[in-house]
Every structure is written in structure tokens, then in C-alpha cells.
Design a protein around this ligand. Structure first.
Ligand SMILES: Nc1ncnc2c1ncn2[C@@H]1O[C@H](COP(=O)(O)OP(=O)(O)O)[C@@H](O)[C@H]1O
Ligand SMILES: [Mg+2]
Length: 304
């Protein structure tokens, strides 16, 4: 099997995935999506480094590096072209698009009937101001998040319309979500890692403030994950259609869990510190099984 491992950054994760794939008998070729080219007017126009003769059977994607709108569009186009030519891509570009766009994730989570904090998305500052005037107030904030945000960056609490930044500062999309107060005064929420439809590991994240991302100093703590949390995360992964994912959950104050986020390019170095489950191995195993299942069966002559 021709296997590619596309990872633009994050050496720890890259090394873990490579080792896991090799442990399972694959020989992954590491490449960067930024080095894929298109050349028309001859053989196959998609040129993937390390695959000069035939496109890979499977590509395991750790990250799509951030870039300009143009660069990101091209990289996603490359992934779509791989899928169209029969390559198994984990996560699929369609699911990456759905999960990177927080608005689309919220829509899909809601349509699937899963509880998530009330969320409002609009483009104009005037519309956002009307939503804030209606839904927020002193002590009752909304969270403003960058549509493509990650690692807890750029989040802001909004209580009054005057708190809203201008349209350019939010790249012309206001994503506003009801702030979920945490009842016990601890800044905790939960991360569940789902692979192949199953919640395989989870942790508590404890922060010094309301944003608990490990990248922002949140501390991973071991968690005896309740079945209700596992089921909710599995349903959220299915709603977005991701093959492997980190789902963020927060307590609803009544013993249940709200879905905050579904990540199609999750990091798991924090989680790996507090779980026995080998996350990279689970991802590699699921991915290789999917590649195998997608390949046409080898025909063996009955006459030998
Ligand atoms: N609606 C909310 N209410 C309370 N805390 C929130 C809310 N949304 C996000 N947070 C906090 O901010 C963190 C980052 O938000 P998240 O939606 O996961 O975006 P990111 O992609 O940046 O991780 C969450 O893990 C949580 O700690
Ligand atoms: Mg998150």
C-alpha cells in the first residue's frame, strides 16, 4: 500500500504517527501539502512528492497548515482531487471543511439534535449588534470566536453591542455563542478523542480562566469518562463526519454535556499524558483499515 503522511508542523505528532504506521507494517512517505503541485498537459496532473508513479492509496493528514485563503483553497482542492481519484484521506477534506468552519459545525450539531450552547452567526456588524442587544447583557455574555479559530486564540466575551469589534477584525463573520458558566467555580471542560466512531479516550482540562485549551495553559487531568459524555462525543463526530477527532464538551449544569467544538486536526500530546490508550496507534490502525477496505480486492485465480 502506498501511504502518505501529510504533516506540515508538529514534530511530536508526526513522529508518533509515523512510528505507529510503521509498527503496523506500513511505510509512510512524509510530505507537506505545501509541496504538492499540479502540472497539466501530460500524465496525472497531481504531483505528490514521494509518489512519482502512482497516487497514494491513503493519506493520513495531521494538519493543513494555515495560510492565505488561496493557499488553503488549493490544498483542500488537492485533497478533494485525491479523494476523487480513489485515495482514502483521513480526515476527508469535506469533513475538514465542515469542522474548520465553526458555523457549519454548530449547524450540523444542532441539526443532529445534539445540545450545544445557543449560537448566532452573521456577517454584518449591525446584525451582530442586534443579536448582542437581544441575547446578552452585563453578566450574561456571549463568546465571540474567530470562525476558523483554534487553540483558544482570539476568543472574546461580549456583553454589549459596543464590545463588538468591526467587521474587518472578524474577517466579516461574527460567530457568537452563549457563554456557559461553570457551576463549581473551577475552569473545567472536557476533551474526548473519537476514532472510527468510538470515544477511545478523554480528559478533563482545567484552566486558570474560562479558556481551557492546553495551548493556553490548560492542564490535562485524567478522567473517568461517563458513558453520556462518550456517547455525546461520538454523536458529534458522526454529525460532522470526521474519522478521527477531538470533541470539546462542557457541563450543562444539570449532569449533561454540551458540545462546544469538533476538531478535525486535533492535537493530543496533552491527552496522551493522562491516558493509557495509544492515540497515534489507534488513529493509524483505523486509517489503515479504511485504506484496505477502500481498495479493490485482489483477484486470485481459482486455478492458482
Ligand atoms: N460558549 C462557551 N462558554 C464557555 N466557555 C467556552 C465557550 N466556548 C468556548 N469556551 C472555552 O474556550 C475554549 C476554546 O473554545 P473552542 O470553541 O473549543 O475553540 P478553539 O477552536 O479555539 O479551541 C473552550 O475549550 C472553553 O474552555
Ligand atoms: Mg477547542
Amino acid at each position: 500500500m502506498r501511504i502518505g503522511l501529510a504533516a506540515d508542523n508538529g514534530n511530536w505528532h508526526k513522529a508518533r504517527l509515523k512510528a505507529a504506521l510503521e509498527h503496523l507494517g506500513a511505510e509512510p512517505v512524509l510530505f507537506s501539502l505545501a509541496d504538492v503541485a499540479i502540472e497539466t498537459g501530460g500524465r496525472e496532473p497531481l504531483r505528490v512528492p514521494g509518489f512519482p508513479d502512482a497516487l497514494p492509496d491513503g493519506v493520513l493528514l495531521r494538519t493543513v497548515a494555515g495560510g492565505t485563503f488561496e493557499a488553503t483553497t488549493m490544498r483542500l482542492g488537492v485533497l478533494h482531487a485525491l479523494v476523487a481519484s480513489g485515495t482514502t484521506v483521513w480526515n476527508s477534506p469535506a469533513s475538514i471543511e465542515r469542522s474548520v468552519d465553526k458555523a457549519m459545525t454548530s449547524l450540523l450539531i444542532d441539526r443532529a439534535g445534539l445540545p450545544t450552547p445557543d449560537t448566532f452567526v452573521c456577517s454584518k456588524r449591525e446584525a451582530a449588534a442586534a443579536i448582542v442587544a437581544r441575547e446578552a447583557g452585563p453578566g450574561r455574555p456571549l463568546v465571540l470566536k474567530p470562525l476558523f479559530g483554534s487553540q483558544g486564540e482570539g476568543l472574546q466575551l461580549i456583553e454589549t453591542p459596543d464590545d463588538l469589534p468591526g467587521e474587518d477584525a472578524v474577517s466579516r463573520v461574527y460567530y457568537l455563542q452563549r457563554y456557559v458558566a461553570r457551576s463549581d467555580g473551577l475552569w473545567r471542560d472536557y476533551r474526548v478523542f473519537v476514532c472510527e466512531g468510538r470515544a477511545i479516550a478523554g480528559m478533563i482540562r482545567e484552566g486558570d480562566g474560562w479558556i481551557t485549551n492546553v495551548h493556553r495553559g490548560g492542564r490535562p487531568l485524567p478522567w473517568a469518562m461517563p458513558a453520556a459524555a462518550a456517547e455525546r462525543a461520538e454523536a458529534a463526530a458522526a454529525a460532522v463526519g470526521v474519522d478521527y477527532t477531538g470533541v470539546d464538551l462542557v457541563e450543562d449544569g444539570q449532569g449533561g454535556f454540551l458540545v462546544l467544538e469538533v476538531n478535525s486536526m486535533p492535537a493530543w500530546s496533552g491527552l496522551q499524558k493522562v491516558t493509557e490508550v495509544d492515540i497515534a496507534l489507534a488513529v493509524a490502525r483505523g486509517f489503515l483499515a479504511a485504506v484496505r477496505a477502500a481498495r479493490p480486492p485482489r483477484l486470485v485465480s481459482a486455478l492458482g
